[in-house]
Design a protein around this ligand. Sequence first.
Ligand code: EPU
Length: 418
Amino acid sequence: MDKIVVEGGSRLVGSIPVSGAKNAALPIMCAALLPTGASTFKNVPLLQDVATMGKLLRRLGCEVDGKRTLTIAPPTAKKAKLEAPYDLVKTMRASILVLGPLVARFGRARVSLPGGCAIGARPIDQHLKGLAAMGAKVTLDHGYVDVECKRLKGATIVLDMPTVTGCENLMMAAALAKGRTVLENAAREPEVEELALVLNKMGARISGAGTSVITIEGVDELGPIEHAIIPDRIEAGTFAVAAAITRGDVLLEGARPEHLDAVVAKLRGAGVHVSAEADGMRVRGGGELEAVDITTQPHPGFPTDMQAQFMVMACVAKGQSIIREMIFENRYMHVPELGRMGADIHIDGRTAVVRGGKKLSGASVMATDLRASASLVLAGLVAGGKTEVLRVYHLDRGYESIEKKLRGAGAKIKRVKT
Ligand code: EPU
């Protein structure tokens, strides 16, 4: 298994290209099940999760060709295989995103229940509640959920919480349902808006995406499209923190500041200079970083996917930062590892108190989820000496060539095959 080795202390200068967004690409790939022909997507990030989704779609009978530009041809009703098996779903929870499109297009689906994961229990009750409200018969047995409905019917669905993949699944299901579906308390993430844009290009009639009420007027058929994936706001945010903590000056090529309002506000609060440029976003760290308090929330609040990275910034900033993780109940796995690097962090339930101003020191570390692993790479950039980040497969799920991109801006970082 590979590891990432970082020699801390380099200032990051130059530009880093931002890849296509993982959490936009995954639902959009599933949306390719809906139309009657092959769709082509550009700017697809080269990630393990995208490869896993490709594998799942092939198992369902799709033809999947290409990498950066990806063409997905859905199967005919005769050739479709309507089961997402445990071996794939357990490696990637986003596999649940095939449920809505399969039922909408083929009338039936059997998907393994994802179960818990490293960051929390993560139930899918809202996905199932929505499909049941649209007339589907939902049964659970042997660890699988079976959903059946000849033609879904539009319904008003009030979500208990603004779930991102829940909204995406229900939007895809409702696109081919009979009549109008209204999703209330909907997720407002840019990736939800992007999926609505893709579905509308296919011929769907969706309005309100990006707000908390999404209305979908069902249509009888959707057509294939071509579409380029938006840049990854979390990858951009991760590199922004890298620039800030190394007191660097980095242009994040392609980053869209309008997707990062809460992150940019907190960076500025810490004394980091952030400016929009024609081709991306520039981040300059100058003097000493100030402590910042953070509470994760659904978009447009501060994203949970940036919590671990900001915790590293809090470790080296002056003063005490309070961090509250309100989305996932178990998303502090990076804390003990950062502790081994000399960080002073105290956890009490969902709250972490970070006493900053610490000089971190390099160590061998590992984490059990994607963003936690990214935070350890960031810590390695500012730590004294050598840091080895093990279990790199977590990083490869969501960061394209992270070591090459950081090395391009002057970091001393490499991947070592072990
Ligand atoms: N929830 C329920 N029931 C449901 C659905 C969600 O209780 O039916 C709860 C979850 O347990 C959680 C909260 O609602 O406490 C929000 O979860 P959400 O459903 O919004 O998360 P998700 O759709 O499973 C996506 C991203 C995550 C990101 C979260 C929050 C994708 C493929 N994944 O997950 O991304 O953290 O939204 O923004 O879009 C990552 O990229 O590292 C990652 C984990």
